[in-house]
Design a protein around this ligand. Structure first.
Ligand SMILES: [Zn+2]
Length: 277
């Protein structure tokens, strides 16, 4: 919900266009009923995208659903492969953890085991991108200057996993390129994965990578992080209890620290949260 508040608020405040994309790259976690519920929630909240409208998605005339886009991801993978930037990897998560143990809560770094092992490409669909060492610098639109070295953070990036599923990192970078997304607005829990996306975008031929705005996450009054599913259940409950869309949006903006009080904000006025001066 904090994400919707920021996306619509910032886009309307800065003359941007909101694009709806269904990120169902992980088929094991997607169900048609989740999609229907998401579209219904957007309509109820009064949040209409500018491209890929909720009605268009329902009619099947959607702008982009990742599960329909496999041919495009294949082509992007092939273009990287033609430059020797991709290799098959048959490591299990366990094998990686054995070779490169990490402290709990830390991101595992792929140690590059299969880079020179010559794994038979027919033996696994999993593919990794060669990530060279080097710091990427970018200005987050909310958090300011950042510097990250994707090689030190995660090592060679997984593009497709052992089940043949495209990874989130790969799918969104290809989609952002194709859809000319120039500002990505997402939660600050994803800040650490920004440099690898910028690196990948450049390798896919993007001269100017998108800019990023990482918004605060919704916290319980105790300061504890709310899980996504808990947030969704919250919306269902609030709707059932007769809370208005403006009250829901205002409460989300408050819990994310975007306004000082839980005052109701209708969808059409979200931009007032982001106007400077
Ligand atoms: Zn491997």
């Amino acid at each position: 919900m904090a994400n919707a508040v920021c996306v619509w608020g910032l886009a309307r405040a800065h003359g941007g266009r909101v694009l709806l994309r269904l990120e169902d790259h992980d088929r094991s976690r997607c169900r048609p009923e989740y999609e229907a519920a998401l579209l219904d929630d957007l309509d109820w909240l009064g949040l209409e995208p500018d491209e890929g409208t909720t009605d268009a998605f329902r009619r099947g005339a959607h702008a982009l659903r990742q599960s329909d886009n496999a041919a495009r991801y294949e082509a992007a993978l092939a273009s990287l492969g033609a430059r020797d930037l991709v290799y098959p990897c048959d490591c299990s998560r366990k094998a990686i953890a054995r070779e490169a143990p990490v402290a709990p809560g830390e991101e595992p770094r792929y140690p590059g085991r299969c880079r020179t092992r010559g794994v038979d490409p027919a033996s696994t669909p999993a593919r990794r991108l060669v990530i060279e060492p080097g710091v990427e610098r970018f200005d987050d639109l909310r958090l300011g200057p950042q510097a990250q070295d994707p090689d030190a953070q995660c090592g060679d990036l997984l593009l497709r996993d052992r089940l043949g599923q495209w990874t989130y990192q790969f799918a969104v970078v290809v989609d952002d390129l194709d859809q000319h997304v120039d500002v990505v607005i997402r939660g600050e829990d994803l800040l650490d994965s920004t440099a690898r996306q910028i690196r990948l975008a450049r390798l896919l031929g993007r001269d100017v990578p998108p800019r990023f705005f990482h918004h605060p996450l919704i916290r319980k009054p105790s300061g504890e992080k709310l899980s996504k599913s808990a947030g969704d259940a919250g919306l269902r409950e609030l709707r059932a209890a007769g809370v208005s869309p403006a009250e829901v949006l205002g409460r989300a903006a408050f819990l994310a620290g975007l306004q000082a009080e839980p005052k109701a904000v209708p969808a059409a006025e979200l931009e007032t949260l982001f106007r400077v001066g």
